[in-house]
Design a protein around this ligand. Structure first.
Ligand code: HEM
Length: 414
C-alpha cells in the first residue's frame, strides 16, 4: 500500500509516524529522517503501519538488545497482533507452517539445528578457496566483456548466488528463476497474490530438488533436510519451507551489501585503501562489520509480538502488543557508535552492531556474508584499481521502498 505525503509527515498530527520510513536520494546511506526524529526523542515510540496497526518501535540500541534476548518477545507470525511488513508477507504467513523464522524457544532451536551444519566456522572457512574461485571467474568474465558493466548483475548478485547454490545443492542454472522470485518478494510492493504465487513457485522448485535428494543425497543442505524427510521427521513441503528462507536471504542481502559498499568506498579513497591493502583478516573483518553497521540494509524492521507485559525504556509493552525493531537507527546511536554517520572502517566496536539482529534469531548466515563481502571487495579493488561509477550518486537506482536496501543496478567502468 502506498503512502501519501501527509502519511510520511510527522508534523502537527496526532497520528503516529508511518513506518517504515524512507531514506532520501540526497543522503542515501542515512536512516530515514522521520525515524531518526523518533529515535532522537526516545528509545521507544509508537508508529503506524500499512494495516493500521500501531506497534511499538524500538530505536534504542540497549533496549533492542534487551528485548531481542527476552523470551516474552515472540516471532510468531500467526499471532493476530503480529505486525506484518506488507500485505504480501501477511498472505505468505497465513500459508506457512512453523519454521525457524516464526517460532520461539526450544522449537526454534530445533529447527535452527536442522539447518546449522553448513554454517559452522570450520565449514565456512573451508569454503574460502571456492568463494575466491567464483569471485575470480566472475571478475574475469566481467573484464573480458569490455570496460564497463552493471556491477549489480555482473558481480554482486552472481557471487553470493553461486555460493548459496553450492551450500544448498541448488543448480546455479536456475538462478534467474529464484533471483526474480526473491526480487518480487523483497521488493516491498508485491500484492498478496504475487507474493503467494512466487512463494508457491519457490516451494514447488525446492520440493522437487528435496525429493530427488532423498534418493540421491549429496554434500549439501537440501540433502541434510532430505534425510529428515526420509526419517519421517519432516514432510517434503516443510523441508522446503525451512530452506526457502536460506535461498532467499542467502544471496539478495549480501548482493545489496556489495553494491552499497562499492558506492561508499569509491567515494572515500582512504577507506577503500583500508580494505584493499590490508593482509590482516581482523582488519578486513572489522571493516566489513563497519560497512554492515553503516548501511543496516534490513529496512523494514524486525517484527515481533509481546506475549507478556514487559517494562522497557520507561514504557510498558502489554501482552499482545506488536513490536518493530528499527536496526538502522539503533546502529546509528551516537552513544554506542560515536559519530555514527562517519564510515570509519577502523571503528573499535564495529562488530557490536545489530544489523544481523540479536539473540535467538540472529542471522544464521552472518559469517558467510562477512567472508563473501570481505573477499569480493578486496579482490575487486585489487584487480580493478581504476574502477569508477559512470553516474553521479543521485542518479543511482536505490531501492528506497524494498525490504532490503540496495541498488537495482550499478553502472561502472574502468
Ligand atoms: C549482509 C548480509 C545479511 C544481513 C544484513 C542479514 C540480516 C539478517 C537479520 C537482521 C536477521 C534477523 C531476523 C530476525 O531476527 O527476525 C537475519 C536472520 C536470518 N538470516 Fe540473514 N542476513 C544476511 C545474510 C544472510 C545469509 C548469507 C544467509 C544464508 C546463507 C542468511 C540467512 C538468514 C536466516 C536463515 C535467518 C533466520 C534466523 C532465525 O530466525 O533463527 N542471512 N538475517
Amino acid at each position: 500500500m502506498d503512502r501519501t505525503m501527509s502519511e510520511s509527515s510527522t508534523e502537527a498530527t496526532a497520528e503516529p509516524t508511518f513506518y517504515p520510513g524512507r531514506r532520501s536520494a540526497s543522503c542515501p546511506f542515512v536512516p530515514a529522517a522521520e525515524i531518526r526524529e523518533l529515535a532522537a526523542a526516545g528509545p521507544i515510540s509508537k508508529v503506524r503501519t500499512w494495516e493500521g496497526k500501531q506497534p511499538w518501535l524500538i530505536t534504542g540500541y540497549t533496549e533492542a538488545r534487551e528485548l531481542f534476548a527476552d523470551p516474552r518477545v515472540s516471532a510468531d507470525n500467526h499471532h493476530p497482533s503480529y505486525p506484518h511488513i506488507h500485505e504480501g508477507m501477511k498472505a505468505v504467513a497465513e500459508l506457512s507452517p512453523r519454521t525457524m523464522f516464526n517460532t520461539d524457544g526450544q522449537e526454534h532451536a530445533r529447527y535452527r539445528r536442522m539447518l546449522a551444519k553448513p554454517f559452522t566456522p570450520k565449514r565456512l572457512e573451508a569454503m574460502r578457496p571456492n568463494i575466491q574461485k567464483h569471485i575470480d571467474e566472475t571478475i574475469d568474465a566481467m573484464l573480458a566483456a569490455g570496460n564497463s558493466a552493471d556491477l549489480a548483475t555482473a558481480l554482486a548478485l552472481p557471487v553470493p548466488s553461486l555460493m548459496i547454490c553450492e551450500l544448498l545443492g541448488v543448480p546455479y542454472e536456475d538462478h534467474a528463476f529464484f533471483q526474480e522470485a526473491t526480487e518480487l518478494g523483497f521488493g516491498g510492493n508485491a500484492t498478496a497474490e504475487e507474493q503467494q504465487q512466487s512463494t508457491l513457485e519457490m516451494l514447488g522448485f525446492l520440493n522437487k530438488l528435496i525429493e530427488a535428494k532423498t534418493e540421491n543425497p549429496g554434500e549439501d543442505l537440501l540433502s541434510d533436510v532430505a534425510e529428515l524427510v526420509r526419517d519421517g521427521e519432516l514432510q517434503v513441503w516443510e523441508a522446503s519451507l525451512q530452506t526457502v528462507g536460506i535461498l532467499v536471504a542467502g544471496h539478495e542481502t549480501t548482493a545489496n551489501m556489495i553494491t552499497l559498499a562499492v558506492i561508499a568506498l569509491l567515494d572515500r579513497p582512504e577507506q577503500l585503501a583500508v580494505v584493499r591493502d590490508t593482509e590482516d583478516p581482523q582488519v578486513l573483518g572489522n571493516a566489513v562489520d563497519e560497512l554492515i553497521r553503516y548501511m543496516s540494509i534490513v529496512d523494514t524492521g524486525l517484527r515481533r509480538v509481546a506475549v507478556e507485559d514487559i517494562k522497557v525504556g520507561g514504557e510498558v509493552i502489554r501482552a499482545g502488543d506488536p513490536i518493530v525493531f528499527d536496526l538502522a537507527t539503533a546502529n546509528w546511536n551516537a552513544e554506542v557508535f560515536p559519530e555514527p554517520g562517519t564510515l570509519d572502517l577502523t571503528r573499535p566496536n564495529a562488530t557490536q552492531h545489530l544489523a544481523f539482529g540479536s539473540g535467538r534469531h540472529q542471522c544464521i548466515g552472518q559469517q558467510l556474508a562477512r567472508i563473501e563481502l570481505g573477499m569480493v571487495l578486496q579482490t575487486l579493488f585489487r584487480r580493478i584499481p581504476t574502477l569508477r561509477l559512470t553516474v553521479p550518486t543521485e542518479q543511482i537506482d536505490f531501492k528506497y521502498d524494498a525490504m532490503v536496501y540496495g541498488v537495482r543496478s550499478l553502472p561502472v567502468e574502468w
